[in-house]
Write a protein that binds this ligand. Sequence first.
Ligand code: HEC
Ligand code: HEC
Length: 339
Amino acid sequence: MHTLPRLPAALLLATSFFAGCSGEPAAASISALTPPKGLEALQLTTTADNPLTEAKAALGKQLFFDTRLSGSGKMSCSSCHLPELAFSDGKRFSTKDDGKDNSRNSPTVHNVGYYDNLYWDGRAKGLEANVLAAWKGQIGGVPDDVAKRLEANATYKKAFTDAFGAGPSETTVVHALASFLRTLRSGDSAFDRAMAGDAKALGENAKKGQELFLGKAGCVTCHTPPLFSDRLYHNIGIGMSAEKPDVGAAKPTGDASKTGAFKTPTLRDIAKTAPYFHDGSVATLREAVQLMAGGGLANPHKDPLALDRQLNDAEIDQLVAFLESLTGNQKFTAPSIPK
Ligand code: HEC
Ligand code: HEC
């Protein structure tokens, strides 16, 4: 029996499932439906009318990269969700198919199958609703036109029939995309391997950073493993000094106390998803950590859990080293798009 790192009681509950994973051989071929190391205890949000299958996920993967889905024929979901950047895009704000800029930063779409509500402000109730909104809003998709285009392609037509027993339609396209997204899971990071008993997985700085993260720095309160998100909404002051601040979760909930509150973002793959925060206002991970460790930015709605932790430079570096250990080990192979 290996020893787990020292953890606060609340976290032990969340991580006790790691205990059984030690020493298990890596599976020879990991199916898209098998969760990676570290996420085994989580339940996907699959809906009753869209059970997850390999066939749907494989089709959704092609659709995610296919510019046929867009209004202009030039954009795909992958225009802003790039595999090499953990499915973010490296920009502060991206430009939509209609030429207008987004007002929020493109987040990673890893592990989105574990959230009931999507988007920075949680306005999408479920992944299917999110996908339909992104299809129409980001890439200007007109579902009936796209369905006809896909129907005219013999390879797609067969793939839809095989996956759904039905042809391309608004519903089957959305279901395929959502199924693909549910298989995009990030785990098996150095942190996950350490939790599973690999004593050498984390370097000294990362280990000290982990202790800070779980202890004195208080990050774990909101960035709770295994997703490194409590899936709740907090105001930490980002963008609140703007003339017309983005009200965040106050809009979909109608709850004024949620003014400027945004979903706690996952910290998995955080080293790959600069720039940071909902408005992409911070360029580097170190600056983002510094801002968070300083308790965020003062404003009338700031969450009382965001406190100045009085950390020194070396401790900030250790936190950064820990966050760098959260990069997942999954390999992504691009699909071939039917001609
Ligand atoms: C032009 C850039 C762009 C394109 C293209 C795009 N997205 Fe996004 N995506 C974004 C932005 C920006 C957000 C955050 C918006 C917000 O929270 O208000 C986002 C958020 C998301 C989220 C929510 C993630 C979370 O953690 O809540 C999902 C899922 C998603 N997109 C899927 C898709 C799919 C599927 C497509 C193709 C149909 C797509 N996106 C196309 C920019 C883009
Ligand atoms: C009160 C809850 C809370 C605490 C405590 C907290 N965070 Fe955050 N963190 C958030 C929220 C909410 C955001 C997103 C805010 C936004 O964009 O408006 C965020 C954003 C971040 C980001 C940027 C993520 C991205 O994808 O852009 C990093 C990095 C981060 N936090 C690290 C930390 C670290 C390190 C600590 C401990 C020193 C910490 N956080 C403590 C809630 C919290």
